[in-house]
Ligand binder design. Sequence first.
Ligand code: FES
Ligand code: FES
Length: 80
Amino acid sequence: MTDAPIIAQKAPYAIECEAGKSYFWCACGKSQKQPFCDGSHKGSSFTPVKYDATESKRVFFCGCKHSAKSPLCDGSHKTL
Ligand code: FES
Ligand code: FES
């Protein structure tokens, strides 16, 4: 078990989110369905982070898994 997330990619994922829908962002980095959780975190200390879309718009989800504002990208990927 490790507390360091895997860097899925050092860039955000741009996703067109739909108002009223909930999304589960992968915090561990292991999911094969980035940026979303596919259950691969099981057995680790990670759990997905829920994102409730209040409006339909493009959202930039963190791909590096090191954002301080997860599940969204805050630019931290530039320092990795
Ligand atoms: Fe990464 Fe679920 S697969 S948090
Ligand atoms: Fe993680 Fe930007 S992709 S902070």
